[in-house]
Design a protein around this ligand. Structure first.
Ligand code: 5RP
Length: 290
């Protein structure tokens, strides 16, 4: 029987209502509670920024350099990331469930590097994403690609499923080899993705006009690191992107293909979360590497 002794009537009702807290992510205030809670596992609520560690490359590249052994290369880096972008195979086989990070689950796939990459399908059922406690779903969008409409349909299908279950969708703008990577293209691709329901969009940094890409996109933008370059250059690109309106980075090869991945990840965090200049961040990288 419930304990009904000493039930006390409440008396403390005075004082102003607690101030409403604004949700810090661009364009996301109108989302439901579960969606915002999941986004808060990807973007640090303290500054609305994120350092995502991307290691989903195997879904079309197989064991590329730096990802031959996820248990050796990626596991030691997990504590330093805000969020992990990976496939469900990598998650179930390699990442411990007590990692405490937002999981951005690769949710499209199909063709390997041997085939036409834009010919993707959705690759995860929404109930499996729920079972895996995904904080977001990631889908490739090939604007201008051979299978443009199909990839956009993958996005809208996942957005519909995500809205039903409270899981936000990250649209990854994928650029074909022979397509021009300029601000005009990325304005088009990121805006289409956001208009069709992506909660955040991943794109590449461009030197000319990147601020027009971030300002025309009504949701947060994170940048891919792209192919491996010198650490100093990758830190400069991350810095420029943040200065020009990006909400973070989703970096893979420039971390796990570095000779000192943990030092590189710490330096990237310095740029994104602590406002380090590229020179300060590179100093940090060098200090931690030796
Ligand atoms: C695959 C992806 C990758 O996760 C992404 O491109 C990885 O980042 P990086 O370019 O920094 O290696 O989305 O298409």
């Amino acid at each position: 029987m419930a304990d009904l002794d000493d039930l006390r009537e409440g008396t403390d009702y005075s004082g102003p209502a607690a101030a409403a807290t604004d949700f810090p992510l661009k364009g996301q205030s109108g989302q439901d509670w579960g969606m915002r809670a999941r986004l808060s596992r990807v973007f640090d609520p303290a500054d609305g920024k994120t350092v995502m560690l991307a290691f989903d490359h195997g879904y079309f590249q197989g064991p590329t350099s730096g990802l031959e052994r996820l248990d050796r290369s990626i596991l030691p880096l997990v504590p330093q990331a805000d969020a992990l972008m990976c496939t469900r195979g990598a998650l179930r086989t390699t990442i411990p469930p007590q990692n405490g990070k937002g999981i951005v689950l690769r949710a499209s796939g199909g063709p390997s590097v041997l085939k036409e990459l834009s010919d993707e399908e959705t690759a995860v059922a929404i109930d499996d994403a729920v079972r895996l406690d995904a904080a977001a779903l990631a889908v490739q969008v090939f604007v201008g690609g051979e299978h443009e409409t199909k990839s956009v349909k993958n996005l809208t299908t996942l957005v519909d499923q995500g809205q039903r279950t409270g899981i936000p969708v990250l649209a990854v703008t994928a650029v074909g080899r022979d397509m021009v990577r300029d601000a005009r293209y990325f304005r088009l691709a990121t805006r289409i993705s956001a208009e069709l329901g992506a909660a955040f969009v991943k794109t590449y940094y461009v030197e000319d006009g990147f601020e027009t890409v971030t300002s025309a996109c009504p949701v947060p933008i994170v940048i891919a690191g792209g192919k491996k370059v010198e650490e100093e250059e990758a830190l400069r690109v991350a810095y420029q992107a943040i200065q020009e309106g990006a909400a973070g980075v989703d970096m893979g090869r420039n971390v796990f293909q570095s000779e000192h991945p943990a030092a590189m990840l710490a330096a990237v965090r310095g740029v994104v979360h602590d406002g380090l200049t590229p020179a300060e961040a590179f100093d940090l990288f060098e200090t931690l590497s030796h």
